[in-house]
Design a protein around this ligand. Structure first.
Ligand code: OAD
Length: 243
């Protein structure tokens, strides 16, 4: 299943970067955005993941985020997340660059995680920027307000917003440094995040895609592994690291 080239590169590599998307959390029960049962098939991103829409209708946006927060509070990382957390121990530099907001990489034990689209378990006041506790949001059905009176929003990146600069810079540097770059469970269509595989490839990385189906990225990847990340990544750990 894995090429000799990949196995030998992984045995020697000092720097690995892993770019993840909603697909890695699918086996934990987090819905993906695109594809057959994708969230964006049923819901309109421009009404739910957009600052103007939030200001127009905070009740609706909060209903949607509370629904997603509750899913995420109840689920667990899957074998794909755990395999990545273990791989981190074998390399000098190992970074996960995720588009996911579900916090599952950290919950699985990964230490170096760059969150390009924020974290759904964090919230902040749009006026004073103070953090607002997640537990309070899960316990009430009301739109949350800060003690300063400001409206509280989830700490996630919405369409039209900039990515957090420090996370992007660190993720880009990890992609440029990587000898092997994995893209796992992402349709790789949302930019600028989706440019990371090209950045890594231009800088000389061996690019490996893990997905249940081929994507736009497959044409540029050096190796495409078709299957569930919760099955492929533990196999990779057994084959390339433990033998
Ligand atoms: P998508 O929903 O666009 O893509 C999920 C990818 O995961 C697809 O290519 C699936 O084929 C693949 N997939 C599904 N199950 C899998 C499994 N078990 N193992 C491996 N692959 C699997 O999700 P993202 O690429 O993460 O942005 O979407 C990118 C961004 O679009 C999100 O971060 C979000 C969304 O709008 C914001 O909210 C800013």
């Amino acid at each position: 299943m894995f090429s000799e080239q990949l196995i030998s590169k992984l045995k020697k590599a000092e720097s690995i970067a892993v770019f993840t998307g909603a697909g890695i959390s699918a086996e934990s029960g987090v819905p993906t955005f695109r594809g057959e049962n994708g969230l964006w098939k049923k819901f309109r991103p421009e009404e739910l993941a957009n600052f103007d829409a939030f200001m127009r209708n905070p009740d609706l946006v909060w209903e949607w985020y509370r629904y997603r927060k509750k899913i995420i509070a109840d689920i667990k990382p899957n074998p794909g997340h755990y395999a990545l957390a273990e791989m981190e121990n074998y390399h000098k530099n190992f970074a996960i660059i995720t588009q996911n907001v579900d916090n599952l990489h950290r919950r699985a034990g990964s230490k170096t995680v760059y969150e390009l689209h924020g974290n759904i378990e964090r919230n902040y006041c749009i006026d004073c920027r103070k953090n607002f506790p997640n537990e309070k949001i899960l316990l009430s059905d009301k739109v949350p307000h800060c003690i300063c009176g400001g409206l509280v929003r989830p700490d996630v990146v919405w369409f039209g917003e900039m990515l957090p600069e420090d996370q992007w810079n660190a993720g880009e540097a990890a992609a440029e440094r990587a000898e092997v770059f994995f893209a796992v469970g992402t349709s790789a269509v949302v930019y600028p995040a989706a440019s990371l595989p090209q950045i890594a490839k231009r800088a000389g990385a061996y690019v490996v895609e893990v997905n249940i189906e081929r994507t736009e990225l497959s044409y540029d990847a050096d190796e495409v592994l078709i299957g569930k990340s919760g099955e492929i990544l533990p196999k990779l750990l057994d084959t390339c690291y433990k033998k």
